[in-house]
Design a protein around this ligand. Structure first.
Ligand code: OGA
Ligand code: MN
Length: 296
């Protein structure tokens, strides 16, 4: 079996979102396969693997072959309420007994923040590199995941805007992003744990050298700017960056694994019937350094 990666939409988006075939993620990968995945990520930013029947341990082992993992310290569930260990992000609507969360459950309402465009863990001082999301059970309709190409979005800015954003530093916090949805039900401990962190608005990819806009709904301010002006500008940039021409919408099949590079993409979940089960599990590679160390 040899690994092959092709653009999902060769006409509209030949450089964004690739489909990988000829690889079995349940077993230990060869060095050549690991290299092919990294090269595919550098080129496409998002990779889709179909029919990967992974256990949690297999997902963890495969993810670790690509780099060191971060832990799920951005989740709101208390440790005793967690369904999965700290190395798996629980992107489901289930409690630890695999029951669907009630509509008003605080974990569910917090999780609705995933429906806003974001980049994973940009609210942590050291954010995420790749996210790997495995679909174990999907609802009969809805629940797509959309991805926006932040390299293409940067490239499409006019020169004046490129100069303006070049050295800006944003403040990112989950308190900001959840506040957009009117979720303000945070404890003092959560407010302290998720105090704003600094991230560059423009960052350089360490291997491709390409620049991208590093935006997320977590970004609630720009250093040195009045807050309303910063938020209005970030909203304009985000609107620009998520035009349909920059977006790939993934329609899930059970046992798909989708991997994205958080340095060059934003993503968001789409609505689905909250009484249906949606069980997705995420492993996440740490970026190891802050975006502040990836200056353009
Ligand atoms: C995530 C995420 C979107 C979705 O896993 O980080 O934002 O569609 N998921 O569940
Ligand atoms: Mn996410």
């Amino acid at each position: 079996m040899s690994t092959d990666i092709k653009p999902i939409d060769p006409v509209a988006r030949s450089f964004f979102a690739g489909e990988v075939s000829g690889i079995d993620l349940t077993r230990t990968l060869t060095d050549a396969e690991v290299a092919a995945i990294h090269a595919g990520m550098d080129r496409f930013g998002v990779l889709v693997f179909h029919d990967q029947h992974l256990s949690d341990d297999q997902q963890l082992a495969f993810s670790r072959q690509l780099g060191p993992l971060e832990t799920a310290t951005g989740d709101i569930a208390a440790p005793q309420d967690r369904r999965l260990g700290m190395e798996l992000g629980d992107i489901s609507n289930l409690d630890k007994n695999n029951e669907v969360l009630p509509r008003e459950d605080r974990r569910r309402l917090f999780g609705l923040g995933n429906q806003l465009w974001h980049s994973d863990s940009s609210f942590k001082p050291v954010p995420a590199k790749y996210s790997l999301l495995s679909a174990r059970q999907i609802p009969p309709a809805g629940g797509n995941t959309e991805f926006a190409d932040m390299r293409a979005a940067y490239d499409a800015l006019d020169d004046k805007t490129k100069r303006e954003v070049h050295d800006l530093i944003c403040a990112h916090s989950q308190i900001f992003s959840r506040g957009i949805l009117g979720f303000t039900d945070f404890t003092d401990a959560e407010r302290a744990k998720w105090a704003p962190v600094r991230q560059r608005l423009v960052r350089r990819h360490p291997t491709t050298g390409r620049l991208s806009l590093y935006l997320a709904s977590h970004a609630g301010g720009i250093e040195g700017w009045p807050v309303p002006e910063a938020r209005a500008f970030l909203r304009d940039l985000s609107e620009h960056a998520t035009q349909r021409k920059f977006v790939y919408a993934h329609v899930w099949q059970p046992h798909d694994l989708v991997m994205w590079d958080n340095r060059v993409t934003m993503h968001r979940a789409r609505r689905y019937d909250h009484t249906e089960v949606r069980d997705m599990r995420r492993t996440t590679l740490t970026n190891e350094v802050s975006s502040l160390q990836q200056a353009p």
